[in-house]
Design a protein around this ligand. Structure first.
Ligand code: TRH
Length: 390
């Protein structure tokens, strides 16, 4: 399964990836990235089953929302409408992945049990830096009624986990882009970013509605150097609208004091990478943008998906204690941004020290990349594991 096969040849193996878009875009963002990489770099024939084509279309404009089956980037995309449907053993792929414990249609599971040889069945879990993940990664779970075994596969930051998603050419592409200021300026210009804004400290902002964006904007207005905050439409909407004094539609911008806020459209996934690469600081969220920020080699602040009883604070602290580029100011800003600090946040105090530390954090983030990459990438690790349980 290691070599790449051109798309017109028989795939090295077939794989079905089931994705339920629970909330937001992260789930389909991760599954689409994984599907493309398995096809392009490993020659796997991938079928991506997804329930929400509209969300998928926002990160991948080629998606036709009314199509039951379509080919995009050599991946077969199937609209997963419901749990009904008849499946034969011959419909089942060599490897079957359910993302985030979503329920595969019952008839597909029956067909999996009937297939000979049986498929490798994986539950691809969410990313966490917590230690327990290492103990659960690759654990098996026999089906209660059928003779089928499912394995848990956890992404993660250590060699005892499945690693992180990373396309083989990404870091090279990122370096080439970052070494070409004209390309970065041209990229941002299409969203209305002016030369003056390009010369300022550029920050991308992607967060959940709970983030204290208004308080951060207030501190940035009084900064001693110009800041341009680029925010996709719909993100931090109330703070952005209050700052702009009007609806936050793509293309609108306003400047108050040192801060310019500019609203961007929601852009396709590959462009979002370029946005992260072109900015000096990135605020990211959830799982996928959080991982992409780690490959951007720029300082980033993570807004973690909020959970009941502040469980997400445990996950945030688990990451911060592993992250090798952490500094006191980065920890302070991260905790304040996630309302996880003991005291109420004073961004006017935290921001100047974080800004002063940014060059150091950017340098250390490269060490972090090397550390994480020593574990290999998630797609390759997943296929290696599948070989061992075949
Ligand atoms: O959409 P998210 O909030 O996803 C989250 C996480 O997956 C989380 O684990 C899950 O539990 C929760 O949803 C319900 O954030 P995330 O993971 O960063 O995914 C956003 C995707 O959108 C990512 O693939 C990048 C992409 N994106 C674009 O393609 N264009 C854009 O303009 C922006 C802002 C994002």
């Amino acid at each position: 399964m290691q070599s790449t096969s051109p798309s017109n040849q028989r795939p090295n193996a077939t794989l079905a990836l089931f994705c339920k878009v629970v909330d937001n875009y992260g789930d389909i963002g991760i599954c689409w990235r994984l599907a493309r990489q398995l096809e392009q770099e490993h020659g796997i024939g991938v079928t991506l089953w997804v329930d929400d084509l509209r969300s998928f279309q926002r990160i991948c404009p080629e998606v036709a929302i009314d199509s039951e089956t379509q080919q995009i980037a050599n991946v077969t995309v199937r609209h997963w409408k419901n749990q009904d449907g008849a499946f034969a053993a011959s419909d089942v792929a060599d490897i079957v992945i359910e993302f985030f414990a979503c329920d595969i249609p019952p008839a597909y599971i029956v067909a999996m049990a009937q297939r000979s040889p049986q498929p490798v069945w994986l539950n691809l879990e969410g990313l966490s830096a917590e230690e327990w993940v290492e103990g659960c990664h690759t654990l098996s779970s026999p089906h209660p009624q059928m003779s089928l075994t499912k394995y848990f596969f956890f992404p993660g930051f250590t060699g005892k986990t499945g690693g992180l998603l990373l396309e083989s050419a990404l870091l090279q592409q990122r370096e080439a882009f970052q070494q070409d200021p004209a390309a970065m300026a041209a990229f941002l210009e299409q969203f209305g970013v002016t030369p003056t804004e390009f010369a300022s400290l550029k920050v991308s902002l992607f967060c959940y509605p709970e983030a204290p964006a208004a308080a951060l904007f207030e501190a940035w207005q009084h900064s001693n150097a110009a800041i341009t905050c680029l925010v996709p439409e719909g993100v931090a909407a109330s703070a952005v609208e209050a700052f702009l004094g009007r609806a936050a539609i793509a293309g609108t911008s306003a400047t108050r004091g040192a801060l310019t806020v500019r609203v961007l459209p929601f852009i396709p996934q590959p462009d979002y990478d370029k946005l992260l690469w072109a900015c000096d600081l990135n605020f990211v969220r959830g799982e996928d943008s959080f991982v992409r920020a780690q490959w951007a080699a720029k300082p980033f602040i993570w807004h973690i998906y909020p959970q009941d009883k502040d469980l997400h604070h445990v996950k945030l602290n688990a990451f911060l204690s592993r992250y090798s580029a952490k500094t006191d100011s980065l920890v302070a800003l991260s905790l304040a941004w996630n309302a996880a600090a003991d005291e109420s946040a004073d961004f006017a105090e935290i921001w100047p020290s974080f800004k002063a530390d940014m060059p150091k954090i950017a340098t250390m983030s490269t060490d972090w990349q090397h550390q994480v990459l020593a574990n290999g990438d998630l797609a390759s690790n997943l296929l290696k594991f599948a070989e061992t349980v075949r």
